[in-house]
Design a protein around this ligand. Sequence first.
Ligand SMILES: NC(=O)c1ccc[n+]([C@@H]2O[C@H](COP(=O)([O-])OP(=O)(O)OC[C@H]3O[C@@H](n4cnc5c(N)ncnc54)[C@H](OP(=O)(O)O)[C@@H]3O)[C@@H](O)[C@H]2O)c1
Length: 255
Amino acid sequence: MTDDLLFNQVLIGVFIAAVLVTVILLLIDAPYGKHDRDGWGPGINVRLGWFLLELPSFAFFLWFYLSGDFRFALVPMILFLMYEIHYFHRTFIYPLQIRVKPGAKEKILLLAMGIPFNAANGYLNGSYISTYADHLHTIAWLTDPRFIIGVLVFFAGFALNKQSDAILKNLRKPGETGYKIPYGGGFKFVSCPNYTGELLQWTGFAIASWSLAGLAFVAFTAANLVPRALSSHRWYKEKFADYPTNRKAVIPYII
Ligand SMILES: NC(=O)c1ccc[n+]([C@@H]2O[C@H](COP(=O)([O-])OP(=O)(O)OC[C@H]3O[C@@H](n4cnc5c(N)ncnc54)[C@H](OP(=O)(O)O)[C@@H]3O)[C@@H](O)[C@H]2O)c1
């Protein structure tokens, strides 16, 4: 199989998977965090699980990016840094920061489903940027409105995601294990601003790289996070009688 054929097949596979995952996750809550429950097989340490789940995103992108002829071109290097700053944090730092409930486990089933798709996204975006994307290999792209807007959207999402994850982490004081209503930042508008931020980030990345690989990544992220946000929003409203009524799930004023 040629490299181009493999790339196209993986790309199509991720788009198809995004549709299937959306349907499945609208019907079944993925069994972790607020929606954790028995009956989904064995699990492993939660911090180790996060690390193993996210490592392929970081490592496959790194490997395939560095394999491309245009790895030292300016625009690809900027996109490389945007992607890898996020995934360095998510893989090596975030798992150490979360406050894990005693007895919580990361289901091996979820890892088995998530790892191949994270690897596929890392492969598609890393190889696209430093190998296939002719438009990214000249510095003219630096002043293209799509690049400028995409970078701004990416960093707006990055800031919202990190702020929201920090608010959630600080809800539990050392030794606490339960759930509370989060306030402040994006929580004024939606129940899951960390997901809103993540979606903005990868939308910005897709615009800045102007690529189907980036679009596939957004589609797969939305497939995971929009159904999750809808079920977490329902969960908050059922659990807390005083939950703010003006909040939406993930997109302010809309859903
Ligand atoms: N790109 C993708 O496809 C993708 C997919 C999934 C996640 N992510 C990203 O990964 C990060 C974590 O995702 P997640 O699904 O684990 O987010 P989450 O359900 O909001 O949980 C994040 C952390 O905050 C804790 N927490 C959540 N709500 C809480 C509350 N009301 N009170 C006290 N603690 C609370 C959770 O504890 P518990 O674990 O005990 O609930 C967990 O440690 C997010 O930034 C998300 O955007 C990305």
